[in-house]
Design a protein around this ligand. Structure first.
Ligand code: TRH
Length: 405
């Protein structure tokens, strides 16, 4: 590291958990990357430590302050304890910072850079709003909007410097794949078994999708991380928490309360794992169903065909958001593959799913090479580097450490 990096820059990330794991998922990932790859001293202020502990199983949900993976994690209480603001202040998803903290920002000799890190969207207006300043109405402070996105005129997507290399090493290492499967307590499935991960909200299309798989010509192994869709999964198989199959059919699994099967479909429920252990599941599967924001991005880095269940919002606004991403993602696909992706994604987000699955599967070869190509394009615009570069420019602060340089 050169001398200009000798004193760490500091960063405070504020996270207000609205629901589920996306808000804290994004903040936790960013915090770790800022510490591990750029040498910043990071405090993560989160108002729901229990949600954080789900992504970081070593964490203690009852602690007010704890250090995990080099990040100082603080329970963000209603009554905010006064503290010296950091060099960079990130309000995740435009959450409101404590007033005393904002006042303290004005007292610093070097005014902190204040970033509003926004939700991810592929909608065209994003590029026009990315990096816009918003002067404080009362105080001598300026907040900047920073928008993640898919095109070079946006902030890009969070990507650890070695993620794609680790992914490719996994793809090329059968022993590592076998070790992964045995870590799940099963043998590596035969090559003709289609391996699907399913991370989803409740979804009315699930029974039709499961019927299609159960009755299909090809064996499907569906891995379901524990979560909101589980009751529906169990309901589909009739006896919650019980293996509904009398026979085992070559999937190499033994009966236990987390296994279900019908026809050519085998479902395996997986425990919710630490955030960094979710990627190998996406790498190990042929097709991934993801949701929200962060898992959707990880599926794109996995370079596998995927289906996105968008977070449903009032007034159907999510529908435009879904279409905007589909337009971009499917732009360079053949007409058939484009229709297949559009059809299944729309179906999984509210329409009839059975026919769409068949069309999607028929395009899998093209979708697979497209997915890898797509991850390569996105990798040219890594969010965390962009963010630090922007902070350096607007805050006139020293250069940051960059891992590998
Ligand atoms: O959980 P999500 O649905 O989160 C959200 C929130 O609902 C939020 O309010 C909304 O605005 C946002 O989506 C768009 O989905 P997401 O974003 O994919 O977050 C899930 C996180 O959980 C992600 O960081 C990956 C992580 N994860 C694990 O750590 N372990 C696991 O086993 C799994 C399946 C996921």
């Amino acid at each position: 590291m050169s001398s200009e990096h000798e004193t760490s820059h500091t960063c405070d990330i504020f996270c207000n958990v609205i629901d589920n794991y996306g808000d804290i998922g994004v903040c936790w990932r960013l915090a770790r990357q800022l510490v591990n790859e750029h040498g910043l001293a990071v405090r993560l202020w989160v108002d729901d430590v229990a949600s954080f502990a789900k992504l970081c199983p070593g964490a203690d949900a009852t602690l007010e302050i704890q250090t995990q993976r080099g990040v100082q994690v603080h329970a963000w209480a209603q009554r905010f304890v006064e503290t010296r603001p950091a060099d960079i202040v990130i309000a995740a998803f435009a959450c409101k910072l404590p007033e005393s903290y904002v006042d303290a920002m004005t007292q610093q000799a070097h005014t902190p850079v204040w970033i509003n890190l926004e939700y991810l969207s592929a909608e065209p207006w994003v590029a026009g709003c990315h990096r816009l300043p918003s002067p404080h109405p009362r105080l001598p402070l300026t907040k900047y909007f920073f928008f993640p996105g898919f095109t070079p005129d946006t902030g890009g997507l969070m990507l650890e410097h070695d993620l794609l290399a680790r992914r490719d090493a996994f793809f090329n290492d059968v022993a590592a794949q076998q070790a992964y499967w045995s870590g799940l307590g099963m043998q590596m499935p035969d090559a003709d078994v289609l391996k699907v991960s399913l991370f989803a909200y409740e979804n009315d299309a699930l029974p039709a999708l499961f019927d299609t798989w159960a009755q299909g010509a090809r064996r499907v192994l569906c891995l379901v991380p524990e979560g909101r869709i589980l009751p529906q999964v169990a309901q589909y198989f009739g006896e919650p928490g019980r293996d509904s199959s009398r026979h085992h059919d070559g999937f190499g699994m033994s009966p236990d309360p987390q296994n279900f099967s019908r026809g050519n479909l085998q479902v395996r429920v997986l425990p919710f794992v630490a955030q960094e252990n979710y990627d190998p599941l996406l790498w190990a599967c042929d097709v991934n169903f993801v949701r929200g924001e962060d898992s959707c991005v990880r599926a794109q880095w996995a370079g596998k065909p995927f289906i996105w269940q968008i977070y449903p919002q009032h007034d159907e606004v999510h529908s435009d958001k879904l279409q905007a991403f589909l337009d971009l993602y499917a732009l360079n696909l053949s007409k058939d593959a484009r229709h297949a992706v559009q059809g299944l994604w729309r179906a999984w987000n509210g329409q009839d799913v059975a026919l769409s699955w068949a069309a999607f599967l028929a395009q899998r070869t093209e979708l697979q090479s497209h997915a890898l190509r797509w991850s390569g394009i996105l990798a040219k615009n890594p969010l965390t580097l962009n963010l630090l570069d922007f902070c350096q420019k607007v805050g006139k602060i020293r250069a940051f450490k960059i891992e590998g340089q």
